[in-house]
Design a protein around this ligand. Sequence first.
Ligand SMILES: NC(=O)c1ccc[n+]([C@@H]2O[C@H](COP(=O)([O-])OP(=O)(O)OC[C@H]3O[C@@H](n4cnc5c(N)ncnc54)[C@H](OP(=O)(O)O)[C@@H]3O)[C@@H](O)[C@H]2O)c1
Length: 285
Amino acid sequence: MRIIVAGGTGVIGLSMLPKLVREGHEVFAMTKDSKANKFLKEVGVTPIQADAFDSDAVLVAFQKVQPEVLIHQLTSLGSVNLEDNAKIRIIGTRNLVDASKAVGVKKIIAQSLAFVYEPGSTPATEDVPLDFEAPNPRKINVNGVASLESAVTELPEYVILRYGLLYGPGTWYDKEEMIGQQVLKGEVKATDSITSFLHIEDAAQSAVEALKWPSGPINIVDDEPASGKEWLPVFASVIGAPEPEKEDGSERGERGASNAKAKKEYGWTPIYPTWRTGFKLSSKK
Ligand SMILES: NC(=O)c1ccc[n+]([C@@H]2O[C@H](COP(=O)([O-])OP(=O)(O)OC[C@H]3O[C@@H](n4cnc5c(N)ncnc54)[C@H](OP(=O)(O)O)[C@@H]3O)[C@@H](O)[C@H]2O)c1
């Protein structure tokens, strides 16, 4: 298939592009600047320059490529700014969807989140509504996700990958990155908030498999939603951090998500079924 990837140079994209090429697809990566061009060419991907906020440039890129499928992995989390990220979900997605409609893209596979569901006491399934009543700053995330998920339904086929909290090399949970560093300094408390994790390899692999999946939202999370009191001591020990302080209570909506639909109906199997072993396997001590 002829595939354009938006956000192909982020942590998920870099792992996903070689997998797409190995499956025999003709792959184009839309990037804002040219710093990743060498890597892209080495893995057999054609770079196409366009800023996602520039609707004309996005349209020109799509007209050049004439893709059948769009994989949307755009985020703006490098700066850890929720508003920037919501902006790229809202405006960036709008521009991608409009360009897709203009050139007849048949299917979109888009990155979304499995941790913006309304509060509840069990891991959320895909039919649980998003948390529209949430206060800020959570609401910024909910609105960005809702806008993205609504826009992609304008294409004939759409798979919405609701990813769990990403960990693995290059993510915030890498020992060298933001959360890894905070845990090393003893700044993160182990609470009752429930998290569903997802290794970046599984995020990337699921996007490749989603080329064959039906339209709709699907939770892509590991098998073991867990409270901070369970996972944080394991993570801290793996990266050589001090035993984290415990604190009762949890943040709104932190209930985890269920992957039952992906496993039972789509035959998806996570490469890293649980953070318990995944933290260790992906750590580069
Ligand atoms: N579910 C989750 O928990 C989740 C999901 C996503 C990310 N994250 C976290 O966020 C961290 C950063 O993510 P990331 O490495 O993927 O980086 P990022 O800075 O969020 O960028 C992601 C991709 O979007 C592209 N992009 C951003 N703005 C663009 C624009 N205006 N026009 C065109 N392309 C644009 C980037 O290309 P350029 O390089 O050209 O900017 C890159 O390919 C990760 O390490 C991860 O821990 C978590």
